[in-house]
Design a binder for this molecule. Structure first.
Ligand code: AMP
Length: 279
């Protein structure tokens, strides 16, 4: 029987007991679950004895003009999917229970979060780090599962775990895509059919830059320019940023770089889309 919790304290006690019965994997989400989320749950149920999931549209990580109130919340369907994935427990807290006043603290990171989504969405990662730290303290999992789709986010959570000595490991799960190549996202349901078709061009461009790199083009600036150029051909896509950077620091690669990541973000109409590929 899958347990459903609304109260953080009761969930915390449950997780505490669960840990005496084996390893615990944790998958934090904002709901509107799709196969990408399910692949995280599957990775968790494969590797851990128990899997717990959170569904929480975190107000702290949305900017005032963003889609917090419109964000899809198909809760009944989400819970059915979790049940189907053999999840042991789900926490669906209210904002009030997560941020009971006086709530006067937040987690800020000052290097990885300065660029890219952190620059385009000021304060966004403070909100993410704060909620994830809270959820990790409630769950205290052995393994935290996060998607490669939000590459900068998983890198920041890795930094949170290392810097604050959290006793767990993070496993990054590859991005699940539609047949067209479009990265699955809860926000894809905002897209019109034609926008969805056009948005698949983002992954085509990322694959092309990976092929260039494989073919011997090593200069990150050159790769980034080539990527930007190809993205310009996507109908209706307004580029926010494009970059080819060190996959661990998100800085320009130096001699000790252990690999590159190509990052893209932009808008199809009002819908923000992000994607990336490891080179
Ligand atoms: P979200 O509900 O969008 O906050 O995402 C919850 C978790 O699912 C995050 O770790 C995401 O990176 C991950 N995720 C979202 N979309 C995908 C995808 N297409 N493939 C793999 N993981 C994903």
């Amino acid at each position: 029987m899958m347990k459903i919790f609304k109260k953080p304290a009761a969930f915390q006690t449950f997780c505490h007991n669960l840990r005496t019965q084996g390893t615990v994997g944790f998958v934090p989400t904002m709901g509107a679950l799709h196969e990408g989320h399910l692949s995280l749950m599957q990775a968790s149920t494969r590797k851990c004895d128990h899997t717990v999931v959170s569904i929480f549209v975190n107000p702290l990580q949305f900017l005032p003009h963003e889609d917090f109130s419109q964000y899809p919340r198909p809760l009944k369907r989400d819970l059915e999917l979790c049940r189907h994935m053999n999840v042991s427990a789900v926490i669906i807290p209210t904002p009030e229970s997560m941020y009971t006043p006086p709530f006067t603290l937040k987690v800020t990171e000052s290097a990885l979060s300065r660029h890219f989504c952190g620059q385009s969405r000021p304060g966004h990662f403070d909100g993410v780090l704060t909620v994830v730290l809270k959820l990790l303290n409630l769950t205290q999992p052995d393994v935290l599962f996060m998607g490669q789709k939000d590459y900068q986010q998983q890198l920041l959570i890795r930094r949170l775990i290392d810097n604050l000595n959290l006793n767990m490991r993070l496993e990054m799960v590859p991005t699940l895509r539609e047949k067209s190549g479009l990265a699955m996202s809860s926000r894809n349901q905002y897209l019109l059919p034609q926008q969805k078709i056009d948005a698949a061009g983002i992954y085509t461009a990322l694959k092309a830059v990976k092929a260039m790199h494989k073919g011997g083009v090593m200069d990150s600036k050159h790769l980034s320019r080539a990527l930007a150029k190809q993205l310009k051909f996507i109908e209706g896509f307004i580029l926010d940023y494009v970059a080819v950077v060190d996959k661990n620091t998100l800085e320009n690669p130096g001699p000790h770089s252990r690999g590159l990541v190509a990052l893209v973000a932009g808008y199809m109409g009002k819908t923000r889309l992000i994607d990336n590929i490891l080179l």
